[in-house]
Write a protein that binds this ligand. Structure first.
Ligand SMILES: [Zn+2]
Length: 168
């Protein structure tokens, strides 16, 4: 009986040796609405191949992360991928992060088709996304619109100013 108890204690200690892990908890916020991000997002440590999906209220939690400093990727269909650099995981208390998603989006505050650079609308054409039809191709050829490509994110520009040659 005594021997098995000693063995058990040793095993527990061994377990602690390998338990150098921490956890991450946080909230994902929609950068535009400031509400919890309600669409499902993948929260992922690419260097560890470890992650989770966010809850409908935007919260998430990842357990059993080896301690260290990592990049954290956030992906959701229709939104620009976002990477948080240097997320530090320590043993014991969970690391807490609040993330505005997507980060680095500069086009969403624009209202209407007035160019923010020249303050006029006369040189503005719409940007059209997706696979272009023949009609769209013709209009693009005549500079009636600009082709935006097939990949869209949550923060694509909607207008192009031909005078300033800039998207907004
Ligand atoms: Zn302009």
């Amino acid at each position: 009986m005594r021997i098995s108890l000693v063995c058990l204690l040793v095993l527990i200690d061994m377990g602690n040796l390998f338990a150098q892990t921490g956890s991450l908890q946080g909230m994902l916020f929609n950068r535009i609405t400031k509400q919890g991000f309600s669409a499902s997002a993948q929260i992922w440590f690419p260097d560890l191949d470890l992650g989770t999906l966010s809850e409908p209220d935007g919260s998430f939690k990842i357990y059993n992360i080896p301690i260290g400093v990592y990049r954290l990727n956030i992906k959701s269909i229709g939104f620009r991928d976002t990477t948080i650099m240097q997320v530090k995981i320590t043993s014991g208390q969970a690391t807490s992060v609040n993330i505005n998603f997507p980060i680095g989006c500069h086009f969403n505050n624009q209202k209407g088709n007035e160019c923010p650079y020249c303050k006029k609308q006369d040189a503005t054409i719409p940007i059209v996304y997706g696979f272009p039809s023949n009609r769209v191709m013709q209009r693009a050829k005549h500079n009636k619109l600009k082709l935006g490509g097939c990949v869209t994110t949550g923060c694509d520009p909607h207008w192009y100013c031909k005078r300033d040659e800039r998207d907004f």
